[in-house]
Every structure is written in structure tokens, then in C-alpha cells.
Design a protein around this ligand. Structure first.
Ligand SMILES: NC(=O)c1ccc[n+]([C@@H]2O[C@H](COP(=O)([O-])OP(=O)(O)OC[C@H]3O[C@@H](n4cnc5c(N)ncnc54)[C@H](OP(=O)(O)O)[C@@H]3O)[C@@H](O)[C@H]2O)c1
Length: 290
């Protein structure tokens, strides 16, 4: 699979990324099969967060890595921090909240590395915009993690354009992505300036829930025709719709089924023509563009 840079000075990731959020309550063997299936299909980038699986998914993934450390040479690891969940594993948390203090960012990244069994993260994201975020403190945490070779690149998730700029002004290296919800059914970031703002700065968005979390309610009559025309499945068409955007979107798929990982990887060979792209947009909007 084609790898591409998230930003001219950023990491090179597989164009389709595997999200680990739903890979919980599985055995180490199943986790290993999911990882290997992704790698076999050229999906080499894995999207984690400290909190996924009640703070357990990175550890589970790490058990596979620790079995076969050579895997690390074939993958890129992304993690996120900044959300604190109510959890039996975190008795000190009294309420779900955000924490973007220097201490928490560093502790979370170091813990991710430890449980993943990895020497460095390719990318660390702030998971959500924190109303109490002190941008200079965040920049200090990023600098220390970078200086010590623990994290190579930094970015954000679910930030508005203004929040992105606010943090970027305090951080001397480029923020290399904003990971946002983006799909055929959640397409407004293409129209409200969010993606334009990233594109202007040559920052690629990472798209979470690119299949609407499996809840897309699409008009199958239109998809039926396009599926036949492109010899593609509905999910491949929905991913191809994102991949067609010139801002170079990196969809993060969330399936827990190995065969669907392979199906998603093949979406890169589906090149929609311009009118079909608008046909799909019309299908979800219910009307033509103005
Ligand atoms: N930054 C953030 O705030 C944020 C938020 C949410 C997610 N994420 C990231 O984004 C990743 C993907 O999110 P997501 O899981 O919601 O993505 P998604 O790919 O839109 O949804 C995956 C869900 O759709 C189902 N599905 C139904 N039909 C499918 C088909 N034909 N092909 C593939 N899947 C199908 C899957 O079920 P099966 O498992 O049965 O295939 C699974 O439950 C997460 O793993 C996480 O890494 C980030």
C-alpha cells in the first residue's frame, strides 16, 4: 500500500490506518491475527489511545509486540493522551475530565511506550481540546518527549481550527495532523473550513469513524449502481470517497474482522470520478449542491 506523509515534515503512514479502539476483550492470539492481517495488507500504522479498552488495549497490543519484537520495524505507532476516564483502574479519578498538564502528557506517553513494548511513538496526539490547556506547558511536554527521542511527531484530535492555531503558535515544530470525525455521513468538516484550514498548512487530517462507526444509513440503490460500476463494496466506496479529497485524508478503520481489514485496504484502488463523488454526496445530503 502507498505510504504518504501526514505533513511535509511529518511521518510517512499507510494511507489506511488501523484503529485499535474496538480491539478489546480479545485474546492475544486474536490481537495478533488482527495486527498481522493489517500488516499483510500494507496497513502499517496503528492508532491507539491510552484510554482504549479501559486503559487496556495498548497493553494487549504490547503483548503481541513483546512476543515478536521484529514487528516494530514494520509498523508506525500513534497514541493519544489527555482524557481521564472514570475507571476501576484509575481510582483517583472522581469525574471524567481532561488533563493536558506537562506531568500527565509525559506520564501517559511513557506509559504507552512501556505497555506497547516500543522505544518510541511515531505520533502523539492530544485527544480532545482541554478548556484548561496551557499551550506553553503542552509545548514544554512535547519538547521534552522529543528531546529524549520518545515521540517523533505531535498533533491534535477533535480541535477546532482556532484551537489548532493556538497550540501551533506555542510549538516550534509543525503539528502534523488533526484527527477528526470525518465520513460520508459526517462530512461537514469538508464544508465548514476545518479541512480547508489543515489543507492550507499541508496538514493531512486523520479521519475517525470513516464508516460512520458502522451506522451509515445509505441509500443502497445508488450504492448498488456504483458498486457494480467500480466492482467495489459499499465500505470501499465510502473510504474511496474520503481518499479522493486533495487534502489527503488518512481514514482510520475500526473493524474487528480480519476479512474487512483486507476489504478496506483495497479501497485505495477505487478511483471515483468527479460526478460519482457528487452523486454520493447528494445521496447523504438529499439534494444537489447549490
Ligand atoms: N480521536 C478520536 O476522538 C476518535 C474517536 C473514535 C474513534 N477513533 C479512532 O478511529 C478508529 C475507527 O473508528 P470506528 O471504529 O468508529 O470506525 P468505522 O470503521 O467507521 O466503524 C467500525 C465499525 O463499523 C462496523 N462495520 C459495519 N460494517 C462494516 C464494513 N462493511 N466494513 C467495516 N466495518 C464495518 C464494524 O463492525 P465489525 O467490527 O463487525 O467489522 C465496527 O463496529 C478507532 O479505532 C480509533 O482508533 C478516534
Amino acid at each position: 500500500m502507498e505510504a504518504a506523509k501526514l505533513h511535509p515534515e511529518g511521518p510517512a503512514f499507510s494511507r489506511v490506518i488501523a484503529g485499535v479502539w474496538r480491539w478489546h476483550n480479545v485474546s492475544v492470539d486474536v490481537m495478533e491475527r488482527l495486527i498481522n492481517t493489517a500488516l499483510e495488507h500494507g496497513i502499517t500504522t496503528f492508532d491507539h489511545a491510552d484510554i482504549y479498552g479501559n486503559y487496556g488495549n495498548e497493553e494487549l497490543f504490547g503483548r503481541v509486540v513483546k512476543r515478536t519484537p521484529a514487528l516494530l520495524g514494520h509498523m508506525q505507532l500513534v497514541s493519544k493522551c489527555g482524557i481521564k476516564l472514570l475507571s476501576d483502574r484509575k481510582p483517583a479519578h472522581r469525574i471524567k475530565h481532561y488533563d493536558t498538564t506537562k506531568e500527565h502528557i509525559i506520564a501517559s506517553a511513557e506509559n504507552s511506550l512501556n505497555v506497547l513494548g516500543a522505544g518510541q511513538l511515531d505520533l502523539l496526539l492530544l485527544h480532545r481540546p482541554d478548556p484548561l490547556m496551557d499551550v506553553d506547558e503542552v509545548a514544554e511536554a512535547f519538547s521534552l518527549l522529543k528531546q529524549h527521542g520518545k515521540v517523533l511527531h505531535f498533533g491534535v484530535s477533535n480541535f477546532t481550527s482556532a484551537q489548532f492555531d493556538l497550540l501551533q503558535r506555542a510549538w516550534s515544530f509543525p503539528l502534523v495532523t488533526n484527527q477528526i470525525e470525518l465520513s460520508l455521513t459526517h462530512h461537514h468538516p469538508f464544508f465548514d473550513g476545518t479541512v480547508d484550514h489543515l489543507y492550507q498548512h499541508r496538514v493531512s487530517p486523520m479521519a475517525w469513524s470513516p464508516l460512520g462507526g458502522g451506522k451509515m444509513n445509505l441509500d443502497e440503490r445508488v450504492f448498488f449502481n456504483l458498486a457494480a460500476k467500480y466492482n467495489a463494496t459499499y465500505s470501499q466506496l465510502a473510504l474511496a470517497w474520503l481518499l479522493a479529497h486533495p487534502a489527503r485524508v488518512f481514514p482510520i478503520i475500526g473493524t474487528t474482522q480480519p476479512e474487512r481489514i483486507g476489504e478496506a485496504a483495497k479501497s485505495l484502488s477505487v478511483t471515483l470520478d468527479r460526478q460519482d463523488w457528487f452523486e454520493m454526496l447528494k445521496m447523504v445530503r438529499g439534494n444537489d449542491v447549490a
